[in-house]
Design a protein around this ligand. Structure first.
Ligand SMILES: Cc1ncc(C[n+]2csc(CCOP(=O)(O)OP(=O)(O)O)c2C)c(N)n1
Ligand code: SF4
Ligand SMILES: [Mg+2]
Length: 287
């Protein structure tokens, strides 16, 4: 880790193929800033990406990266972090990747509370496959596969995370650059699973959840008297159907990460009660 890392050090030499104006540019920009601000550098950072337009992010960032299978980024990220706790692990993907095919992994990653961050580029549509409804699409959003809209209420990812025992639950807007970077930074600094749902508009296929829509509707929790450590207050805001909140909605200050809970951070060379010294000599040979 180095203190003089600039956020542009996280930019790869590959030019993004995202459509001009895609929200994912801003989302990635904030992720790179947050990584630099927290003292990380490309040599200690591992980005695991899902499949989708959003999933291309690992190619555009300069770090260790894995572009995995659709919906499976979280278990891969979990494995990377547990195998090498010294790495800063950031998992990134789309609303389809995380809340549709990957929904089961999402719930279990949240409750495991492994110390990593998860950034979802929520454009409320399947962008890469050209505009089908996603789990976060509005009930009446007409697409090629849902000509009369999905006709079922959208998934509320923040509510899902809270119900699963989430310890850091936040939301940001990709073009609110400084604020978005600040929220991702807090997710990285959180001791546990830092989840950020990012409004990251798809300018090509979603003509309802647009930049203008979010600009007109977002309420920043920092402009309210919200206390993110108050779970009841967090629940109230997260379930408010008529609001699009930005900021840290919930943070459990007493969060205990998976590694801490299971003693995975412990020194493997220390002699536990009952272990003979000669057995420990054999253990030490591996450290
Ligand atoms: C197992 C599997 N099923 C389906 C697909 C097809 N597919 C690719 S991306 C995608 C959805 C992408 O939507 P989202 O995760 O929201 O990402 P976006 O493109 O909007 O960023 C689907 C269904 C796939 N690649 N693999
Ligand atoms: S199709 Fe939508 S999500 Fe995909 S790159 Fe274009 S604007 Fe972004
Ligand atoms: Mg999407």
């Amino acid at each position: 880790m180095s203190s003089d890392v600039r956020f542009t050090d996280f930019k790869s030499d590959k030019q993004p193929t995202w459509c001009p104006g895609c929200g994912d540019f801003g989302t990635m920009n904030g992720m790179m800033k947050a990584l630099a601000q927290t003292g990380n550098d490309p040599d200690n950072t591992f980005v695991v990406a899902g499949i989708g337009c959003s999933g291309k992010i690992g190619t555009y960032m300069h770090s260790y990266a894995l572009h995995g299978v659709h919906g499976r980024a979280l278990p891969v990220g979990t494995g990377v972090k547990l195998a090498n706790p010294d790495l800063e692990v950031m998992v990134a993907g789309g609303d389809g990747d995380g809340y549709s095919i990957g929904a089961g992994h999402f719930v279990h990653a949240v409750r495991r509370n492994v110390d990593m961050s998860y950034v979802v580029m929520d454009n409320r549509i399947y962008g890469l496959t050209k505009g089908q409804a996603s789990p976060t699409s509005r009930e009446d959003f007409e697409t090629s596969t849902t000509p009369e809209g999905p006709q079922q209420p959208p998934v509320n990812p923040l509510a899902l995370a809270l119900a699963a025992g989430g310890t850091f639950i936040a939301q940001s807007f990709s073009t609110d650059a400084q604020r978005h970077a600040e929220i991702v930074r807090k997710a990285i600094e959180h001791d546990g699973f830092g989840f950020v749902n990012v409004f990251s508009p798809c300018v090509t296929f979603n003509d309802v959840d647009t930049y203008d829509y979010f600009r007109d509707h977002i309420v920043d929790v920092d402009d309210t008297d919200h206390d993110p450590t108050d779970e009841t207050a967090a629940k109230e805001k997260i379930l408010a159907a008529d609001k699009e909140y930005q900021g840290v909605l919930y943070q459990d200050d007493a969060s205990v990460s998976y590694a801490e809970r299971h003693g995975l951070d412990s020194d493997m060379t220390e002699i536990p009660d009952g272990a003979p010294e000669d057995a420990m000599d054999l253990v030490r040979e591996f450290y």
